[in-house]
Design a protein around this ligand. Structure first.
Ligand code: NDP
Ligand code: MG
Length: 380
C-alpha cells in the first residue's frame, strides 16, 4: 500500500491525483490532504478518503470547517498545519500540488522527514532549487517530476546519465495567444487568457501559459531537476501538445515522450515509478493527429520567457524575484487591476531594481519575496 499526502488536494492536480487513487483504490491510501478556500470539497474528501489529517491554510476557513466536521480526521491550520500534513509519519510520498511558492516550506519539511516527493509545484524549484537539491541529496530523497514536460524528460532519460545529454527540447503549446502580436495582446481579457487550447488547469498556471512564463518557470525547473545549463534547454512551440518534451543525446539521437494531453499519466508515473501500470486512459492515435508542428517562440512579444532565461543566468535570488513578481502580477491581472502586457513589464522592472545575492537559506527566499511584494506595491 502506498500512503500518500496530497498538498493542494482541492486543485486541478490534486483532484486528478484523487481520480488515480480511486482507480487504484487497493494500492493507494490517502493519509493527508490540504486546501485553502474550497472547504466544501475538503469536507467531501475527508468523508470519502478518511485521511489522518487535513490542513486548511486560511484560518477563517479552518474554523468554518472545524465547526462542520464530525470525523476522526485531525484538522490543522495555517503553514504549521501544511508542514505537519507534509511530514506526517504515515506518508511514503508527498504530492506537492499547491499553486505558487507557498508550497516551498511544506516541501522542505517533507524532504527533511525523508518523504519521497512527487513534484507538481514548480514554483518550489524556481525559488528554492538550490536548497531543495542540497536537502534532497542530504536526506537521500527522490524528487519525481509531475509536470508533464519534466515527466517526459525524466522518462526519456531512463537508462542514461546526465553526461549523455546534449540538450533538452522543452515543448510548449504556445497557449491561447500563439501567433498574436503585441497590438493584439494590449487589450486581451482575463477570459481570453483562461481559454487554454489543450489543457484544463488552475487559473494561475493557465495565465502563465498564456504569457509563456509557464515555460520560463519550467525551463528553470528543468535546470534544477536535470543538471543542465539553461543554454542547453531549448523551448519549442508545439501547438498539438502530443510530444511532451524530448532529449537530444550527445550522438544526436533524440528520444521524445508522446501521449494525449492528460496529467493523470505523469501523476501516475511519479506515484508508481519505476513501475508502469495499466490504466483506463485513452491511447494516442497518430492517424487521428495526422501532423505535428514546431515553431520558435516569439520572445519579443512574449517577454516572460526571456526574463526567465535572464533570471536563471544571473542566478541567486533573481529567479525568486521573477517568480514572486509573476505571482503578484498574475493575481492582479486576474482581478482586472492590471492589463495582460503589464505582467511582463512589472516583472522586468522589479528584476532591474533587484541586487541579487546568493541563496543560502529559506529565510533569504522569504526575505526576497517580501522585498518584491513591497516594491510591487510602490510601483502600482
Ligand atoms: P489549482 O489552482 O487548481 O490548485 C491549487 C491548490 O493549492 C488548491 O488545492 C488550493 O486550495 C491550494 N492553494 C492555493 N493557494 C494556497 C495557499 N495560499 N495556501 C495553501 N494552499 C493553497 O492549481 P493547479 O492544480 O493547476 O496547480 C498546482 C501546481 O501544479 C502549480 O504549481 C502548477 O504550476 C503545477 N502544475 C499544474 C498542472 C495542471 O495541469 N494543473 C500541470 C503541471 C504543473 P483551494 O482550492 O482550497 O483554495
Ligand atoms: Mg508543464
Amino acid at each position: 500500500m502506498l500512503n500518500i499526502s496530497i498538498l493542494g488536494s482541492t486543485g486541478s492536480i490534486g483532484t486528478q491525483t484523487l481520480e488515480i487513487v480511486d482507480y487504484y483504490k487497493d494500492e493507494i491510501n490517502v493519509v493527508a490532504i490540504t486546501g485553502n478556500n474550497n472547504i466544501d470539497l475538503l469536507e467531501e474528501q475527508i468523508e470519502k478518503y478518511n485521511p489522518k489529517v487535513c490542513a486548511v491554510m486560511n484560518e477563517d476557513n479552518y474554523k468554518l470547517l472545524k465547526n462542520r466536521l464530525n470525523s476522526k480526521t485531525k484538522l490543522l491550520c495555517g503553514m504549521e498545519g501544511l508542514k505537519e500534513a507534509a511530514s506526517i509519519d504515515e506518508a511514503d510520498i508527498v504530492l506537492t500540488a499547491i499553486s505558487g511558492m507557498i508550497g516551498l516550506e511544506p516541501t522542505i519539511e517533507a524532504i527533511k522527514n525523508k518523504k519521497k516527493i512527487a513534484l507538481a509545484n514548480k514554483e518550489t524549484l524556481v525559488t528554492g532549487g538550490s536548497i531543495i537539491k542540497k536537502l534532497a541529496n542530504k536526506y537521500n530523497v527522490d524528487i519525481l517530476p509531475v509536470d508533464s514536460e519534466h515527466s517526459a524528460i525524466f522518462q526519456c532519460l531512463q537508462g542514461y546519465s546526465y553526461n549523455d545529454v546534449k540538450k533538452i527540447l522543452l515543448t510548449a503549446s504556445g497557449g491561447p495567444f500563439f501567433g498574436k502580436s503585441t497590438e493584439y495582446l494590449e487589450n486581451v481579457s482575463v477570459d481570453e487568457a483562461l481559454k487554454h487550447p489543450n489543457w484544463s488547469m488552475g487559473k494561475k498556471i493557465t495565465v502563465d501559459s498564456s504569457t509563456l512564463m509557464n515555460k520560463g518557470l519550467e525551463m528553470i525547473e528543468a535546470y534544477w531537476l536535470f543538471d543542465v545549463t539553461s543554454r542547453n534547454i531549448e523551448v519549442i512551440i508545439h501547438p498539438e501538445s502530443i510530444i511532451h518534451s524530448a532529449v537530444e543525446f550527445k550522438d544526436t539521437s533524440i528520444i521524445a515522450q508522446m501521449g494525449l494531453p492528460d496529467m493523470k499519466l505523469p501523476i501516475q508515473y511519479a506515484l508508481f515509478y519505476p513501475e508502469r501500470k495499466e490504466n483506463n486512459l485513452k491511447s494516442l492515435n497518430l492517424f487521428e493527429i495526422e501532423s505535428l508542428n514546431f515553431h520558435k517562440p516569439d520572445t519579443s512579444t512574449f517577454k516572460c520567457l526571456d526574463l526567465a532565461y535572464k533570471a536563471i543566468s544571473i542566478g541567486g535570488t533573481m529567479p525568486t524575484v521573477l517568480n514572486a513578481a509573476n505571482e503578484i502580477a498574475v493575481e492582479k491581472f486576474l482581478s482586472k487591476k492590471i492589463k495582460f502586457l503589464d505582467i511582463g513589464n512589472y516583472i522586468e522592472t522589479l528584476m532591474e531594481q533587484h541586487s541579487p545575492f546568493e541563496v543560502n537559506s529559506l529565510e533569504d527566499i522569504l526575505y526576497v519575496k517580501k522585498w518584491t511584494e513591497k516594491k510591487f506595491t510602490e510601483l502600482i
